[in-house]
Design a protein around this ligand. Sequence first.
Ligand code: COA
Length: 165
Amino acid sequence: MAVRLRPKFELRRMRPDDLEEVMVIERAAFRHPWSTELFRRELEHDWSTILVCVEPLTSAAGGRATERIVGFLIYWLVHDEVHILNVAVSPENRRRGIARVLMGETEKRAVQAGATLMTLEVRRSNGAALELYRAFDYRAVGVRPNYYVDEGEDAIVMVKELRKR
Ligand SMILES: CC(C)(COP(=O)(O)OP(=O)(O)OC[C@H]1O[C@@H](n2cnc3c(N)ncnc32)[C@H](O)[C@@H]1OP(=O)(O)O)[C@@H](O)C(=O)NCCC(=O)NCCS
């Protein structure tokens, strides 16, 4: 008999009622988190997409199925460029391939939208993120000195060309 397994993670666009869960991850992931207001505004911009990665959960009693948000990614689509602003995974769910799923879906959507270039900035000290982006074949093309005003840290600018459909 064929058994259909439920997918481990599912992706969908963030909804206003996800805000609280997303903010918990944002605050745990960044020393200088975005405000709730900034997220609210982001949800209203046509050019902005926030993808959330959800893990389906079933209660121990086998009752109502629920889900929890385990990570999110924010990107902007402007002309033929997709710019990744933020990607974060809740600390207890790291190294489970969640950022990989979010990055893969973002690239898929970028290609579908006709984008030819992916861009992002990353703190020089953020080893985990640098490794993630390298694993997706992003290459460093420049440095913005003191880009993060909070700590005066440099940003590494990374890009990836996409193949046209
Ligand atoms: C960076 C971050 C999003 C990675 O999320 P994640 O779900 O744990 O990453 P994944 O499990 O999908 O890892 C994918 C690949 O990224 C690299 N990677 C991820 N975390 C890493 C770490 N701590 N050290 C080294 N490489 C790492 C590896 O190449 C990894 O592949 P592997 O597990 O097969 O070795 C997560 O650490 C995070 O939320 N950090 C805080 C927020 C942040 O700094 N975001 C990026 C700047 S916007």
